[in-house]
Unconditional design. Structure first.
Length: 202
């Protein structure tokens, strides 16, 4: 099996961490969708990473579908509850974290445009989504050890990838000072080899 992705994408990192936590072997094929010679559109018409290529050559995207598949592929290290109510709660955390990453990725792309072409209102709108998303993450985490309570799960992986992406691309957002509980959660997650081995690399 292969994972096509970049070393900076928080969505690719989420898949890499889930695969590592569940001891799933695969080949990582580095491909940055923005590069001239990218092959991503051959596997995903949306031109986005991550893309997972299964043994039979079928492709999977997006990251939420891929992690759902990985949870099914291996019984090791359950990261998604089976029962509907707790499972939906984890997927909501993932949607919140992925949404923060979506807004951050949009700002990153906007900032790559020529200065006179950048729309400050658009950037402001996305930054507001990031701030509001962080507020909800912090409120919902409260003083628990992990996002959904006593056990580490996919919710924590998604939140960790979002926080790591902000740390990597948006050092000006001081989420650690604004939300000390998120800072402690992130440092707890960074003790795990799967997180240490997937820190974004420019
Ligand atoms: C988002 C993937 C994505 O935006 C998922 O996998 O969860 N909902 C999808 N990937 C970005 C790279 S990055 O910002 O993580 C991507 O591939 N962008 C290329 C493009 O053409 O938008």
């Amino acid at each position: 099996m292969q994972l096509i992705g970049s070393l900076t994408s928080p969505f690719v990192r989420k898949v890499r961490i889930v695969a590592a936590e569940k001891f799933i072997e695969y080949e990582l094929v580095i491909d940055t969708p923005w590069s001239e010679d990218t092959r991503v559109p051959e596997f995903n018409p949306l031109g986005k990473v991550p893309v997972w290529i299964m043994e039979d050559g079928k492709t999977l995207f997006d990251s939420r579908v891929i992690v759902e598949y990985l949870e099914h592929v291996s019984p090791v290290g359950h990261l998604l509850p089976k029962d509907a109510r707790p499972r939906i709660a984890v997927k909501r955390w993932e949607a919140l974290a992925d949404g923060v990453c979506d807004a951050a990725a949009l700002v990153f792309v906007e900032r790559k445009r020529a200065a006179d072409k950048q729309d400050p209102e658009w950037v402001k709108r996305q930054m507001a989504k990031i701030a509001a998303g962080l507020n909800m993450m912090s409120d919902d985490l409260g003083n628990q050890n992990w996002c959904t309570g006593e056990f580490f799960c996919l919710a924590d992986v998604a939140v960790g990838c979002a926080l790591g992406y902000l740390e990597f691309r948006f050092p000006e957002i001081d989420w650690r000072r604004q939300h000390s509980n998120l800072s402690e959660l992130f440092d707890r997650m960074m003790q795990r080899p799967a997180f240490k081995e997937t820190v974004p690399v420019a």
